[in-house]
Design a protein around this ligand. Structure first.
Ligand SMILES: Nc1ncnc2c1ncn2[C@@H]1O[C@H](COP(=O)(O)OP(=O)(O)O)[C@@H](O)[C@H]1O
Ligand code: SF4
Ligand SMILES: [Mg+2]
Length: 326
């Protein structure tokens, strides 16, 4: 029998349409046909400006939201429309880390309660859950003696360590980390990113690592996907996307990242995008990036460019009629 390699996560044509705010307003196409795979132990970075649909994508993958179209296949099983009861055994394997650690932790629960809750739900005894909680605290760099403290007694970085420990409690294989460092001081962001990298190595986790900034995911991701207005506009191996971005939007995002080398920083080309992203309730026709694109031509206003391999022999894909030749 031949076995085909099967990614841990397969997302195909995933879409989420929220009802418009008022009775007759257009639906919000928050996610509009997104496809990608994540292999076991791999990190895919998912990047784009606020409002482009990153969180909605992440929430559909862990099934906090049910997609309006498309599919999420986890470990070979289509989980797109499973009921809460059917999802329960999968909750162990699919976990999420949220952006704001303090608002995602219940202020009235101790760390012991917060981290052991998912273990108790899966059937652990209270004593086992407490022991495991102390081990998890140690694993994420917290002091196990602080197990009976409350979230407000911890700094932002420590609180995010609690959120990470909670996500790891049941031994997941895939963690969707939704901007896990965006709410933290710059000085602690690197510590948390490094911690997540180390945990991945030790535990063989796969991550979907969401960020609004390409600099955050550079250290951790193997591949990166760039989203704009509900769609992926570029996806490929990290080395290619960072060294030779092919989509004008990726180039603009990268041009906003300061460079560590002072000479390179002085020479850095800055591409300023015109205006704000359009509303996903009324996306522009053709390429939805055209009103802000410095390279837009007539065809861009009428024909949406498909996501396709731009350079023969590469796996990187780009949705642009005029991708940058690399
Ligand atoms: N529950 C919801 N109801 C209506 N619109 C929503 C809801 N959640 C998100 N949106 C809208 O969907 C779009 C994508 O949001 P989101 O996925 O949170 O983007 P991101 O995480 O990239 O900032 C935004 O326009 C947002 O206002
Ligand atoms: S298709 Fe046209 S408008 Fe869209 S990104 Fe490419 S050049 Fe710009
Ligand atoms: Mg978000």
């Amino acid at each position: 029998m031949t076995t085909t390699p099967q990614p841990l996560l397969r997302v195909r044509d995933l879409a989420m349409s929220f009802p418009g705010r008022r009775a007759r307003s257009a639906p919000v196409r928050a996610v509009d046909g997104v496809s990608f795979d994540v292999a076991a132990g791999e990190t895919l970075g998912l990047v784009g400006e606020s409002g482009c649909g990153k969180s909605t994508t992440g929430r559909m993958i862990v099934r906090l939201l049910e997609p309006t179209a498309g599919s999420v296949t986890y470990d070979g099983r289509d989980i797109s429309h499973l009921s809460q009861r059917e999802l329960k055994p999968l909750r162990k394997e699919l976990q999420m880390v949220f952006q704001d650690p303090h608002s995602s932790l219940n202020p009235r629960q101790t760390v012991a309660r917060i981290i052991s809750d998912p273990l108790m739900v899966q059937g652990s005894s209270a004593a086992d859950a407490r022991k495991r909680t102390a081990e998890l605290m140690e694993l994420v760099g917290l002091i196990p003696e602080h197990i009976d403290r409350y979230p407000h007694e911890f700094s932002g970085g420590q609180a995010q360590r609690i959120g990470i420990a909670r996500s790891l409690a049941t031994g997941p294989r895939l963690v969707v980390a939704d901007e896990p460092v965006s709410a933290l001081d710059v000085s602690v962001q690197a510590q948390i990113v490094n911690l997540m990298g180390r945990l991945q190595q030790e535990l063989g986790l796969a991550y979907l690592f969401i960020a609004h900034d390409l600099s955050v995911v550079k250290r951790v991701c193997d591949r990166v996907a760039v989203m704009y207005l509900g769609r992926i506009v570029e996806i490929g191996p990290k080395e290619r996307v960072y060294a030779a971005p092919a989509h004008p939007y990726t180039r603009a995002l990268l041009s906003a990242v300061p460079l560590p080398d002072p000479a390179a920083e002085r020479a850095r080309e800055r591409i300023t995008l015109l205006g704000d992203p359009p509303s996903p309730a009324a996306p522009p026709p053709g390429c939805s990036f055209h009103p802000r694109c410095p390279k837009a031509q007539a065809i861009c206003r009428t024909e949406a460019p498909p996501l396709r391999v731009a350079t023969p022999g590469e796996t990187r894909q780009v949705a642009c009629h005029f991708p940058e030749a690399a």
